[in-house]
Design a protein around this ligand. Sequence first.
Ligand code: 5CA
Length: 446
Amino acid sequence: MRLTRYFLPVLKENPAEAQIVSHRYMLRAGMIKQQAAGIYSWLPLGYRVLRRIEEIVHEEQVRAGHIPLLMPTLQPADLWRESGRYDAYGPEMLRLKDRHEREMLYGPTNEEMITDIFRAHVSSYKDLPLTLYHIQWKFRDEMRPRFGVMRGREFLMKDGYNFDIDRDAALHAYNRHMVSYLRTYERMGLTAIPMRAASGPIGGDDTHEFLVLAQTGESEVFYDDRVTALKLGDRQIDYDDRAQVAEVCREFTTLYARTDETHDPALFDQIPEAHRKVGRGIEVGQIFYFGTKYSAALGATVVTASGEKVPVEMGSHGIGVSRLLGAIIEASHDDRGIIWPEGVTPFPVGIVNLKQGDGAADAACERLYGMLKAQGLEPLYDDRDERAGAKFATMDLIGLPWRLTVGPRGLAAGKVELTCRRSGASEEMSPEAAVDRLTEIYAAHR
Ligand code: 5CA
């Protein structure tokens, strides 16, 4: 992408309405524009990151054996009357009527609708296990929408629903979600800690929230700081292997880690003093096991191998897809701007031409541009007729992890400069070597 042909409306000044760094940088980097309280347009740069995050979520869900579909944003009120949540949900639910005076709502979540799909088409244990999910816009009329996409009213969520024959199978689905979420967040460059939590309006017996530690987080958290060192790394997971999946979950949930709703001071005191931490976190996902709460209410039953008709066992599992952009920026930035992890960056590399209009510099940039694209690494080429300082400031603000700087002096020696956004370290090398290096770096993130 050439910057002169792109749409990147960066702001020079700090927007007064933004109280936290991620909101400030998303506005300044031209990623989002507020259209109403808690409702945003996704401008091209923000939309690229959003799509990248969606892609990772899809890949990891499919890897875990879960099946994508797409449900609508608008739902009939009657379906929610069956579960009793139409009245229980309260003012956070956006209610509306169509031209025939039929009551509708903009979905805040989809337990009822997915159960309706299930009961229409599945009636035998032979069709289980089944986990369906979608990535769709939700609406919750939050009392205090704030912090940009972090607490929006309209926001993008991945929500998945498992259907299983018995409690053991449903707990395996719960564990599978935990492991697939850990992998998802790790690929985004995040450490998200599963913490025992409270279930709120979704209901249920067992629930964990995934929290990214950050001073600006909305939740107070209590944890043994040794949890922050746990990593999945590149270990192979067989999602059908109940024992292996359960063992990984045990590894990640044995050390104390709880939100304020489930915090137990007596247990917390048993942690060695040096490891006992109180902090704040951003909730980027939550998983729930709730058994037959919705299937019993909506009559979603299956016939077992012995011919008995039972309500299907269920759970639901959500990832805050749009919130993740804010969480990643909170976790990865400096005073000049965003620092995207390679896994989610909108462009893998930026090219800065120090002397636009100089024949040799222009030609070298064009060549680099072509070589990178041929490797599947679409660069953002700053081809504006601007001072070098302004180009560097824009690149630092929008946070591409790597920058290639091309100027007449380096080119005279056959060199361009490759700079790492995170460390600031620069190295001069031939254009070919730079492309090889970037290809290698990104091979690990595909
Ligand atoms: N049905 C269940 C799981 S599918 C559910 O709705 N869970 S939830 O309420 O915990 O939401 C899932 C995730 O969506 C949260 O962990 C959070 O990351 C994100 N989320 C919730 N509310 C908002 C909001 N107002 N703005 C942005 N993201 C939100």
